[in-house]
Design a protein around this ligand. Structure first.
Ligand code: IMP
Length: 495
């Protein structure tokens, strides 16, 4: 006879937190949102931690290099999508790792024989007023000079004037050599009253600019997630098919952590992938998933996963439950898997962080998922709305939206994620193609959401995620009390 679970499976919106005692020091400024990313032994520290408990979904419409940098600046980590060629994914990882905090590769470049009109057009396109003049016009060519808006007057000059006639030549520029630290570069900027400092290689090639205007921005990112060489941290998705090629390329590109991206992770394929990585790349950290119960967690924990991802069918663009009839309410899945994680820790002395993946709709769902035992969260829809996601921003019916599509949709055609072996690759869709409301820059959105999380944690009376997991009091809400939770029995002025 089939096994039945006694309780129906539930979603986040069916729960609320009940406040605990809030002491005088329990204020949002004192809340620490750092959290372990990978497995650690009792009494030891995990080798990787996040400064905020947010990761971005392994999806084409979410985790590109721009979003990865923006999220690392806030203290979280992106997992670059694996539904692209090995070379393209590794190149994306390498570009994130090459974006050093405060060191910016030049995005506006011309050759000495380009003309003023080219400079004006470039400025219009990028919005940046510092243009590098390199021998071959590339971002890392030999630097010949720079052009800033102080070097030309559009109204008085012939648009065909060659750049070489009005640029500031490299001989007259203050430059720094490769290896300069950010602190040293900033001192040079201030001492020489410069707006930008080119950093050059030994043979005079342009590596980066350091901008005076970024000095404050950098100072205001105290949470940024950096590796020991002060580079942004980044993760990457892999599949259970081509890992023998993909993993070496990603490791070579400098990836910090991997995650097997699969809609259902309680499989022999995940075990084989983990075994291969442990044997061939023993130091590389790799998460696995997705699972929704204790059995699935235990299996992946025993296979040596560094973290386990929870969630089947709860994603906003997901139609897995409708098409295949598998899955579980996200709240119930998190509660059960977190319990299994705690039991595993007691039994073995190994703590394996768990990640709640998908289904976060409101900011308070973040706090609930953490209170239910998740160590960190993975979000797709949430991040897809921001400027930095890789998709187009469109005007639809007078409102700005961004595109967001599932990895199981025809548009992504990510067959590895849904593959269960055999030749029948993605014969039906498990995801949809959609729009989401545009939400501005990532940093504003994330800071606002986490301000709410911090505030709720203070209501609960806790100052860190571990205490939230240990001390939160949660209550189920009845259907009628959900109505009570919104504005009700009033006539709203702005509908
Ligand atoms: P969201 O944050 O609710 O939008 O959910 C994002 C999560 O949905 C991802 O991290 C994946 O686990 C999952 N997902 C991504 N694409 C698909 C799909 O096409 N079908 C089902 N689930 C998907």
């Amino acid at each position: 006879m089939a096994q039945y679970f006694n309780e129906p499976s539930r979603t986040f919106s069916e729960y609320l937190l009940v406040p605990g005692y809030t002491g005088p020091d329990c204020i949002p400024a004192n809340v620490d949102l750092s959290t372990p990313l990978v497995k650690f032994k009792k009494g030891e520290e995990p080798s990787l931690r996040l400064n905020i408990p947010l990761t971005s979904a392994i999806m084409q419409s979410v985790s590109g290099e721009k979003l990865a940098v923006a999220l690392a600046q806030e203290g979280g980590i992106s997992f670059i999508y694996g539904s692209q060629t090995v070379e393209d994914e590794a190149a994306m990882v390498a570009r994130v790792k090459a974006t050093k905090a405060g060191f910016v590769p030049s995005d506006s470049n011309v050759r000495p024989d380009s003309v003023l009109a080219d400079v004006v057009e470039l400025k219009r396109r990028t919005g940046h007023s510092t243009v590098a003049v390199t021998e071959d016009g590339t971002a890392d060519g030999k630097l010949v000079g720079i052009v800033t808006s102080r070097d030309y007057r559009v109204s008085r000059m012939d648009p065909n004037t060659p750049v070489s006639e009005f640029m500031t030549p490299v001989e007259k520029l203050v430059v720094a050599k490769e290896g300069v630290s950010l602190a040293e570069a900033n001192d040079i900027l201030w001492d020489n009253k410069l707006n930008q400092l080119p950093v050059l290689s030994e043979d005079g090639r342009l590596l980066y600019f350091v901008f005076r205007k970024d000095y404050d921005a950098h100072k205001s990112n105290p949470m940024e997630l950096l590796d020991d060489k002060k580079r942004y941290m980044v993760g990457a998705g892999i599949n259970t098919r081509d890992y023998e090629k993909r993993v070496p390329a990603l490791v070579e590109a400098g990836v910090d952590v991997l995650c097997i991206d699969s809609s259902e992770g309680y499989t022999e394929w995940q075990k084989r992938t983990l075994d291969w990585i442990h044997k061939n790349y023993p130091g590389v950290k790799v998460g696995a998933g997705n699972v929704v119960d204790a059995d699935g967690f235990r299996f992946l924990a025993d296979c040596g996963a560094d973290f386990v991802k929870i969630g089947i069918g709860g994603g906003s663009i997901c139609i897995t439950r409708e098409t295949k009839g598998i899955g579980r309410g996200q709240a119930t899945a998190v509660i059960e898997v977190a319990k299994a994680r705690n039991e595993y820790f007691k039994e073995t002395g190994y703590y394996i962080p768990v990640c709640s993946d998908g289904g976060i709709v409101y900011d308070y769902h973040m706090t609930l998922a953490l209170a239910m035992g998740a160590d960190f969260l993975m979000l797709g829809r949430y991040f897809s709305r921001f400027d930095e996601s890789p998709t187009a921003k469109l005007l639809v019916n007078g409102t700005y939206v961004k595109e967001y599509w599932g990895e199981g949709s025809n548009r992504a055609r990510n067959w590895q994620r849904y593959d269960l072996g055999g030749d029948n690759k993605l014969s039906f869709e498990e995801g949809v193609d959609s729009y989401v409301p545009y939400a501005g820059p990532l940093s504003d959105g994330v800071r606002q959401s986490l301000a709410k999380v911090r505030s709720t944690m203070c209501n609960v009376g806790v100052l860190n995620i571990k205490d939230l997991q240990d001390q939160a009091k949660l209550t189920l809400v009845s259907a009628t009390s959900i109505v009570e939770g919104g504005a009700h029995d009033v006539i709203l002025k702005n509908k």
